[in-house]
Design a protein around this ligand. Structure first.
Ligand SMILES: Cc1cc2nc3c(=O)[nH]c(=O)nc-3n(C[C@H](O)[C@H](O)[C@H](O)COP(=O)(O)OP(=O)(O)OC[C@H]3O[C@@H](n4cnc5c(N)ncnc54)[C@H](O)[C@@H]3O)c2cc1C
Length: 371
């Protein structure tokens, strides 16, 4: 394998993979390498998501990125199978969050997101109605045009490349040292040394650490732990259950066949590592679920946790570093990195190659002031 590339991308999760794909879409002859420390790309956050597309998710400033990704998901390019399964998103309001839905509706209005109100009768008649205790069945807000995403198919599609133009993927290749010599990055990895004039930092929770290796200042990125429980419940969830979220952000759930995925919507500050769920977080969310519903939790079948990594202003960080030549940031994808990946990849490719970005990159500029 040649050790010389045009662009080296550190991290082969969805951020790195979508950027590699978009680079080759724009310029098929580029030599792009994806450098991944694990044996399997997707081992960290990308493989631990809830696999949902909800346009409003992440707030009004993220809506343009999600919206710009819709056409890709709706009609995926050659090489991708169908990626979406329709599943609306429903926000419900509990007894301790009166007015919570008005707060959510105001955010939807600000982002221009389409939604409908459900009154008590409509909520009771919806697939979730029979599951809810009376005090959670007052009213709801439904965002109809939401979906489950086939994350593995999306990620693999990006890694396969475009029309035969494929990124080189090097796994088991933790980057341990980075040096810039005569305008070229010398990247030392556990699988050997690689060189490229441009280096993309797409290392997820590890981005600030990778920047430090390259001699750049970090962005104050915060990895926040999120937990997911997989439950067997009685009765089993209906297949047409929406993704159901509480307006106070204390839980959300969605079906996965006979099982239910349930998350406490937690955001526990953590450090970059192979994160595991905490028993207490699992117990807390099962209790919250039992307080809100009439169904019986038969057992906790499995669980996982992942790190959602945010910049201090909770917007992604895309673009060349202002102080360190040839270093490009692709970081801070928080809780929306899967659903925004098609547009984010193309945005990063345009910034890297000097092409036309699919949307205004200014709000996400790597050199904006970050507290
Ligand atoms: C529970 C949960 C639910 C979520 N639900 C959704 C959802 O429904 N929809 C949505 O859009 N998003 C969701 N997200 C967020 C989404 O998963 C992330 O935004 C996205 O996966 C981030 O991708 P990434 O490529 O930046 O990070 P990662 O997937 O973590 O990839 C970074 C890669 O960099 C590698 N790396 C790090 N350091 C080095 C190094 N020194 N050398 C080489 N390689 C290195 C790592 O091994 C890793 O593979 C969820 C996240 C969690 C945890």
């Amino acid at each position: 394998m040649s050790q010389d590339f045009d662009i080296a991308i550190i991290g082969a999760g969805i951020a790195g993979a979508s950027t590699a794909w978009a680079l080759l879409e724009a310029s098929p002859n580029l030599r792009v390498v994806l450098i991944e420390m694990e044996e399997r790309p997707g081992y960290h956050t990308t493989g631990r998501s809830a696999a949902i597309f909800i346009e409003s998710y992440g707030g009004p400033a993220i809506v343009p990125l999600s919206r710009a990704s819709r056409a890709f998901f709706g009609a995926p390019p050659a090489g991708f199978p169908p990626l979406l399964h329709h599943r609306p998103s429903l926000i419900i309001e509990g007894p301790d969050d009166a007015g919570g839905l008005e707060r959510v509706a105001a955010e939807y209005d600000e982002g221009g997101v389409a939604y409908d109100w459900l009154d008590a009768a409509a909520l009771a008649a919806s697939p979730v109605g029979p599951m809810l205790k009376a005090e959670w069945r007052g009213r709801g807000l439904i965002e109809p045009d939401c979906h489950d995403i086939d994350v593995a198919a999306l990620h693999q599609g990006f890694l396969r490349g475009v029309d035969g133009a494929k990124p080189t993927l090097v796994t088991n290749a933790e980057v341990t040292a980075i040096e810039r010599r005569a305008g070229v990055w010398q990247i030392s990895t556990r699988a050997g040394d690689l060189r490229a004039p441009i280096m993309v930092n797409a290392a997820g929770a590890w981005c600030d650490g990778v920047a430090t290796l390259a001699g750049a200042a970090g962005k104050g990125l915060m990895p926040l732990r999120r937990t997911m429980a997989v439950l067997r419940i009685d009765p089993a969830p209906p297949a047409d259950l929406p993704t159901v979220m509480s307006s106070d952000g204390s839980f959300y759930f969605k079906p996965d066949g006979e099982r239910l995925w349930l998350s406490p919507h937690d955001e526990i500050p953590d450090v970059p590592h192979d994160v595991r769920p905490d028993e207490m977080d699992l117990a807390v969310v099962i209790d919250r679920f039992e307080q809100a519903t009439t169904v019986q939790v038969k057992r906790l079948e499995s669980s996982w946790a992942g790190l959602r990594t945010f910049a201090p202003d909770r917007l992604p960080v895309f673009g060349f570093d202002a102080a360190v030549d040839g270093l490009f940031w692709c970081a801070g994808q928080g809780g929306f990195g899967i659903q925004t990946s098609p547009a984010a990849g193309r945005l990063c490719a345009a910034l890297l190659l000097g092409g036309n970005p699919p949307l205004d990159p200014k709000p996400y500029c790597a050199n904006r002031p970050l507290a």
